[in-house]
Design a protein around this ligand. Structure first.
Ligand SMILES: [Zn+2]
Ligand SMILES: [Zn+2]
Length: 335
């Protein structure tokens, strides 16, 4: 992206060089998401972007060279996107998602939609050879979901409702399985997502809020009204986790007495911590997390526009849509 609002182009640029504390990684698969659309559309807060920008913050790559203590050239790695300063109060407490300084690969640093990218070595996590790339490419959104779940007092046997049928909602269904719930109900809007939701761990997929109440309600649709829906679905004493990000400035009417009378916890969660990444990588490496069925679309580097159009829902009609990925290694055929 050369400038805000000018779309994307495929261009030859000089290879990056690794600065002190950095390593070179060859991206293999790169996922795209709604935040990338906001970057392309220039609807994101400009304070969080530096142009020209190479997109790509959800990705798996191969080490470009031997890295002592991490792995050999060609070994697969996933890399945290947020580059924490390491010395502010939030960083020292482990809350790297709230670092005073905002710096993130694919936003203020060149992202992974490239042959080669330079990243801080401390942010790279080595993957076992057995981990499929389609699982690994979902590490970043899984870290977002995992960080939210690990803040919550979720007992085993919980009845869980998830509002939303996009990638974050379906990853939430997959990750919440690790917490031994009694049931997982996904409340979506697109009937074509039903099979995908069940594959990812949902017991039920419904198109309108069901009867009954839930011990944990996860809002992952990113629309303001869903917060009110979530409160309505909550059992007394339940926790409501807000994972979706509604448009800035959107509002919703709530009955605060419900929060009091029902003894509810309303919990937000922003991005991920370094610890959430480490825990997700551990579970990828031991194969407890296997989210790859969520990857439904794959494009070559010269078809990024098609990938973005797919992400906008303009191409498939009523086909299910999970994660859209770019295969950086796929042959580029267009001039
Ligand atoms: Zn993303
Ligand atoms: Zn910091």
């Amino acid at each position: 992206m050369t400038a805000p609002g000018r779309g994307v182009e495929l261009r030859e640029v000089p290879d990056p060089s690794a600065r002190e504390g950095e390593i070179l990684v060859r991206p293999l698969l790169v996922g795209v998401c709604g935040t990338d659309l906001e970057l392309v559309d220039a609807t994101i807060d400009p304070a969080y972007v530096v142009y020209p920008l190479v997109l790509g913050h959800e990705w798996v790559g191969a080490l470009g060279h031997d890295v002592p203590g991490l792995g050999a050239a060609g070994d697969h790695v996933v890399v945290e996107g947020i580059v924490p300063c390491g010395h502010c109060v939030a960083c020292l407490a482990g809350d790297t998602n709230r670092c005073d300084t905002y710096d993130e690969i694919g936003f203020t640093r060149q992202g992974a939609l490239a042959d080669l990218v330079s990243v801080p070595v401390v942010l790279a996590h080595r993957l076992n050879d057995a981990v499929p790339l389609e699982d690994a490419v979902l590490a970043e959104p899984m870290a977002v979901v995992w960080r939210a779940l690990t803040r919550l007092p979720i007992g085993s046997g919980a009845r869980v409702a998830i509002i939303g049928d996009g990638t974050i909602a379906l990853l939430a269904a997959h990750l919440v399985r690790a917490l031994a719930p009694r049931s997982v109900t996904v409340i979506g809007r697109r009937p074509e997502q039903a099979d995908l939701a069940r594959t990812m761990g949902a017991d039920a997929f419904v198109l309108s809020p069901p009867e009954g109440t839930f011990d944990l309600v996860i809002e992952a649709a990113g629309v303001a009204e869903a917060t009110a829906t979530a409160i309505g679905l909550a059992e007394r004493g339940a926790t409501i986790a807000l994972l979706g990000l509604p448009p800035h400035g959107s509002t919703v009417e709530l009955g605060p007495d419900d929060l009091v009378n029902k003894d509810l916890v309303l919990q937000g969660s922003f991005s991920y911590t370094r610890r959430a990444w480490a825990e997700v990588v551990t579970r990828l490496n031991d194969r407890t997390l296997r989210p790859s069925p969520l990857v439904t679309h794959r494009f070559a580097m010269d078809a990024v526009d098609d990938a973005l159009a797919t992400l906008r829902g303009r191409r498939d009609g009523a086909a299910p849509r999970g994660k859209v990925v770019i295969d950086v290694r796929a042959p580029v055929t267009r001039a």
